[in-house]
Design a protein. Structure first.
Length: 100
């Protein structure tokens, strides 16, 4: 059976990796995928190796958990860090995997 859920995608600078993992757990995510990411945005390309890699987090969650994640990321990180976040609608099989 197909279940409608939310996909939260977060791209962040590497120094937030562990903090983002903690945030996702605290907000009720049942799992996530982390992908090393490179790219260019409104601030241009990150030019130095010492800054470390960017990471892309993908989280499939209920609307309630997705909302908590978005609120927490906005409150803690959007103002002072290189973070971008967006939400998409997804239809998944085995929807029970995404709830506690």
């Amino acid at each position: 059976m197909i279940v409608p859920l939310k996909l939260i995608t977060i791209v962040t600078e590497g120094l937030l990796k562990d903090k983002m993992i903690d945030l996702l757990h605290e907000q009720g995510a049942t799992g996530f995928t982390i992908i090393r990411a490179e790219g260019e945005g409104s601030r241009g390309v990150r030019a130095t190796d010492w800054e470390g890699p960017n990471f892309k987090f993908e989280v499939v969650a209920s609307e309630e958990v997705a909302s908590k994640i978005l609120d927490a990321v906005q409150e803690k990180y959007l103002t002072h860090y290189a973070v971008i976040v967006w939400q998409s609608n997804v239809d998944v099989l085995r929807g029970d995997k995404f709830s506690r």
